[in-house]
Design a protein around this ligand. Structure first.
Ligand SMILES: *Cc1c(COP(=O)(O)O)cnc(C)c1O
Length: 369
């Protein structure tokens, strides 16, 4: 079996983890948490890092910390993961969707301004699959309309937009360290910001809003979204290898580009734009209209050859959990819908070998010819 993702744990992970166990520091109080926060924030050019238990937790806290509340509108891509929207919905706020760009698969920034109203409070950016969102227009709009920016950079550790680190654009930005990300802590996430007050709020929401002086007296509701010292130990070791990981991801992407480029029935990831070079968080493939096979059929054929895949995201406006409540029923975002229908990704984790990349490509060529 060639799994869709296999992480690479070849740095100081074992050494740091052993230190946690030998010293007995395994909870969120251990020193690796602070080290990981500091070094990660530095790496992405931010002042503050708040490590949490997942990328989803990071997004929940980020949205809460900006005060997004009942009836506020948040502009966001429909083509994303459910993590981006849950706290918006739970807060009683309203997501306002933007369709995707068919080439970059990111949100189509040209559609944003028309969706801004008096109720708009924030724009949520989600960098998709390896290329960043085209940020310039969004930064201008945020300034013009005084909107907050939440930047979900869960797929973008180490990526840049016009030379500036992804994760440094939002009023608040978030990362995930799930095992298929560029660096992992098993499970984990990070919030980064330059705003001291926001950072303090996030720390409080992460830790149930316990108070320093009256510990069990609460002025607000938070979560237990703490990360353990063991997770931070692994995360820190991974961070030391981030540049190498990004370099390897680009090699993986380029090999697939080379092996797959002559298949005319599929669209491959865009290698670069004038603002960034792809880091291939995943290696996505979109079936063109002329091919008769469905994504499910291609995925089944690959599975029969022992190759793991995942389908692309399913758009937020089509999610049954919302449609059942009569939400977003008449909304249409044709590009995102097409990506969901025709897109899937193939094995490209850091643990993959060049030989495996070749094998996957050969089988894919056979299936799609
Ligand atoms: C992975 C991911 C998340 C969720 O992170 P978890 O750590 O799995 O909770 C959120 N947003 C994006 C864009 C992601 O890719």
């Amino acid at each position: 079996m060639i799994p869709v993702n296999e992480p690479l744990l070849t740095g100081n992970e074992k050494k740091y983890l052993t230190e946690c166990i030998e010293t007995g520091w395994i909870s969120s109080e251990g020193s690796f948490v602070k080290k990981f926060e500091k070094q990660f924030a530095q790496k992405v050019d931010r002042k503050y890092g708040i490590a949490v238990s997942s990328g989803t937790a990071a997004l929940d806290i980020a949205i809460k910390s900006l005060g997004i509340d009942v009836n506020d509108e948040v502009i966001m891509p429909t083509f994303t993961i459910i993590s981006c929207i849950t706290q918006i919905i739970r807060a009683g706020a309203k997501p306002v969707f933007i369709d995707s760009n068919p080439i970059t698969w990111n949100m189509n920034v040209k559609q944003i301004e028309a969706k801004i109203t008096k109720m708009t409070k924030a724009i949520m950016i989600v960098h998709i699959y390896g290329l960043p969102v085209d940020m310039q227009l969004i930064m201008n709009l945020a300034k013009k309309y005084k909107l907050k920016i939440i930047e979900d950079a869960a797929q973008m550790h180490g990526q840049t937009y016009k030379g500036k680190m992804c994760g440094s654009f939002g009023d608040i930005s978030t990362f995930s360290f799930y095992p298929n990300k560029h660096i992992t802590s098993g499970e984990g996430g990070m919030i980064v910001t330059n705003n001291k007050k926001l950072a303090e709020k996030c720390r409080s929401y992460r830790n149930l809003c316990f108070q320093a002086h009256k510990r069990f007296v609460h002025e607000e509701l938070g979560w237990n979204y703490r990360i353990t010292n063991m997770q931070a130990a692994v995360g820190l070791a991974q961070l030391e290898n981030l540049d190498k990981h990004i370099q390897r991801k680009r090699e993986i992407g380029k090999l697939y580009n080379k092996y797959l480029k002559e298949i005319k029935t599929i669209q491959l990831p865009l290698p670069k734009t004038n603002y960034a070079e792809n880091i291939y968080w995943v290696y996505g493939i979109v079936l063109k209209n002329e091919i008769k096979l469905t994504v499910d059929e291609v995925i089944a054929k690959l599975k029969a050859e022992k190759i793991g895949t995942r389908p692309f995201f399913y758009p937020m406006h089509k999610q049954p959990v919302f449609n059942k409540q009569n939400m977003f029923l008449n909304e249409k975002y044709p590009v995102a819908e097409n990506l969901a229908k025709k897109g899937f990704y193939i094995p490209s984790g850091l643990g993959i070998t060049n030989e495996q990349i070749k094998t996957v490509s050969q089988i894919l060529r056979k299936i799609l010819k």
